[in-house]
Design a protein around this ligand. Structure first.
Ligand code: URA
Length: 444
């Protein structure tokens, strides 16, 4: 077999066989296929697409390129959750303890943030003492003992995806549905869950800008799951403005705790509760109406918050944070941003807010950058809100005073204020499973 022929076949619109894809993945991982040939194949896939069979074969090959976690020592149906990424997305911190409090084991591997979106592991590491780097034995044992553990992904999880993602990033081939779907699903399959709920974000802060694109990506991932024997469903949710009112690691932990106390912002609560209910439904806990009720009970009777405290304690963190959020600390410098005109917040360029938060220190510009856990942004006004001239719309937090100016300029560019009150958007836009696509909103 020759890589040249595989590239030419895809360039001409052919369907690659399992053996050809295996030749590519094995050769690229061991270094016998150079970056220039891998890049050419990625571009051919970007332009010509892939059939469902090819996409599934590629996914499974990438999943098997490294360690696959065996969760079978944990009793019960293990349901994983994955978000395609957004700004202020702290849903995992909320749903994991809720689902565990409802009796469904949560054995979750999460990633770090890069660029304008944050990562769950960085958020958890803002809790003093919290350890995310666990041995496989400790990870499994924590779930067996208390029903929940969130740990960092092992470095050997789907290494083929890691290598290919870095190459896609510099060859303008990230935005391809088969490549995104296989990248996400390979890591999920290698993480060992029996079932998966995907939170596919749509809007200005997401990869997918329109509902139709999100539905197409969801259908591809649901189909991969089906072919790989892992039941997968997708909830398509709004990311046209940041989720909740806080962006940044410690700030997001505070907001997650408030939501677990039943005092969270409406958008964050609505989306988190829906995803948690879908996870319970997949775990066989009853129909959606019943599962939504279970989720609300776990929050309002305090059992989800207790689960969060138990997880923090078990992973070495200070569980007193659930009673006293001041333990998380506060950034040395804060600056209020006031509106220079009256009107309505017509829209928010969510990506720019993500970038502003990164500039303040909350995210990484390169994968080796240090994180400032206390940095971030508190939003006092979001899309649709009325604002008066001179009123505070947001507060910047950082340990590096020099960054405030650049972040302010990005934040001002992000807010579009006009005389027009914008139409409200639905938070839950659609649901996709292997038999059905249900749209809850019109085209956006
Ligand atoms: N997230 C991933 O893990 N991979 C992609 O390709 C895009 C988003």
């Amino acid at each position: 077999m020759r890589m040249y022929d595989i590239i030419a076949k895809k360039r001409d619109g052919g369907e690659l066989s399992y053996e050809e894809l295996k030749f590519f993945i094995d050769g690229y991982c061991e270094g016998s296929i150079p970056d220039y040939q891998a890049s050419a194949l990625l571009m051919a896939i970007y332009l010509k697409g892939m059939s469902p069979k090819e996409t599934t074969d590629l996914t499974v090959l990438m999943a098997n390129s490294g360690e696959c976690i065996d969760l079978s020592p944990i009793k019960g149906i293990k349901v994983d959750k994955h978000s395609t990424g957004g700004v202020g997305d702290k849903v995992t911190l909320i749903i994991a303890p809720i689902v565990a409090a409802c009796g469904v084991p949560v054995a979750k591997m999460s990633g770090r943030g890069l660029g304008h979106t944050g990562g769950t592991i960085d958020k958890l590491e803002s809790i003093p003492g919290f350890r995310t780097s666990l041995s496989r034995e400790e990870f499994i044992s924590n779930v067996q003992q208390i029903g929940i553990c969130i740990a960092g992904q092992t470095s050997n999880l789907a290494p083929a995806d890691k290598k290919l993602y870095a190459l896609r990033d510099v060859t303008a081939t990230v935005n391809s549905i088969p490549l995104i779907a296989s990248s996400i699903m390979s890591k999920k399959i290698a993480s060992g869950a029996n079932k998966i709920v995907l939170d596919v974000k749509t809007g200005s802060g997401a990869f997918m800008k329109t509902l139709d694109e999100s539905i197409a990506l969801s259908k591809t991932m649901v189909e991969i799951g089906k072919r790989a024997g892992i039941e997968t469903v997708a909830v398509i949710t709004d990311m046209d403005m940041p989720l909740g009112n806080m962006i940044g690691n410690a700030l997001e932990v505070k907001e997650a705790l408030n939501t677990l106390k039943g005092r969270g912002p409406r958008d964050l609560e609505t989306i988190s509760f829906e995803i948690a209910a879908r996870m319970l439904e997949l775990a066989g806990k009853g129909d959606m109406e019943h599962c939504r009720e279970e989720v609300r009970n776990a929050v309002y009777d305090g059992s989800a918050l207790k689960k969060f405290a138990a997880m923090v304690r078990r992973q070495g963190g200070d569980s007193e944070i659930v009673n006293d959020e001041n333990i998380l600390g506060k950034a040395e410098f804060t600056q209020d941003i006031v509106s220079d005109r009256s009107g309505y917040i017509e829209s928010i360029k969510t990506n720019l807010l993500g970038t502003a938060s990164m500039v303040l220190g909350a995210g990484r510009e390169t994968k080796d950058s240090e994180i400032d856990h206390l940095a971030g942004i508190v939003l006092h006004k979001k899309t649709g809100a009325k604002v008066e001239r001179g009123e505070v719309i947001a507060t910047l937090h950082t340990s590096n005073e020099e960054k405030l100016k650049e972040a302010e300029s990005l934040l001002r560019d992000a807010y579009v204020i006009s005389n027009r009150r914008p139409d409200t958007r639905s938070l839950i836009l659609a649901f996709v499973n292997s038999t059905d696509v249900r749209k809850y909103a019109d085209e956006i």
